[in-house]
Design a protein around this ligand. Sequence first.
Ligand SMILES: Nc1ncnc2c1ncn2[C@@H]1O[C@H](COP(=O)(O)OP(=O)(O)OP(=O)(O)O)[C@@H](O)[C@H]1O
Ligand SMILES: [Mg+2]
Length: 275
Amino acid sequence: MKARSVVTLRDAAVERAGRRLWSGLGLTVTAGELVAVLGPNGVGKSTLVQVVLGGFTLAEGEVRVLGEPAGRANERIGYLPQRRSFDPSLRVRGRDVVRLGLDGHRWGLPLPDWWPGGTARRAATARVQEVIDLVGAGAYADRPVGELSGGEQQRLLIAQALAPAPELLLLDEPLDSLDLPNQAAIAALIARISRTQGVAVMMVAHDVNPILSHLDTVVYLAPGGSRIGPPHQVITGAALTQLFGTPIEVLTASDGRLVVIGQPERHEVTAGRQP
Ligand SMILES: Nc1ncnc2c1ncn2[C@@H]1O[C@H](COP(=O)(O)OP(=O)(O)OP(=O)(O)O)[C@@H](O)[C@H]1O
Ligand SMILES: [Mg+2]
């Protein structure tokens, strides 16, 4: 049986401030698939996420999401924006942050506080606990989010995005500002969610190494063009060297994992380097 298509882009191109960021992008993401969107700063990774959310219009081509034009099915999408942080003084409990993911949704929330344990409220409370357990945040879900570590906050935000049982998760740099063990743990968690819940995941990342072993598909956006395919086709020294125009090596570690060496880090893409 052919898996259902969740996101389809055909010959897509975007322009910002008169500059073409990427073009000729063709991509199909199916249920349960884990896709990474990689590339240097300013290449248009977050813009691609905005396109899928219907918040940014393609200059060319077509985008369809969950069988509709982008933007029509957003209540079936879980979205984690880039660069999130909580004020250290924020007293809201982690559990309540997760619950925000259900507000205004088909669960019929928010309900008034005096509501005597109605069915919808019980279902919502149970769902919040379910996703807190799923991301392993039970130990700190009742503490104020402002005092939690970056990794703990990240798990709660992933739980928030998961709360309404989305069919598509869009995660913009979910590993940003985490230490290496936490990057590995969150990457493994996202992969497990994608497999066990059958959720299609598009995640933007800066460094491919922590997520490489979990990926089905890589979308590499680079100044010289883009490449899409399974990791072993896209993450090769030859492919990356051509994309970035600088020597990049891909090594195979003793456990079979690929390690990218020399990937340009945090370089801004400048207009002059566009094709
Ligand atoms: N609201 C905006 N108005 C005008 N230009 C924008 C806007 N948002 C982004 N851009 C420009 O579009 C380009 C792509 O931005 P985008 O945020 O998609 O890049 P990115 O690949 O996500 O980068 P990063 O790795 O820094 O998050 C950049 O040159 C950026 O300056
Ligand atoms: Mg971005």
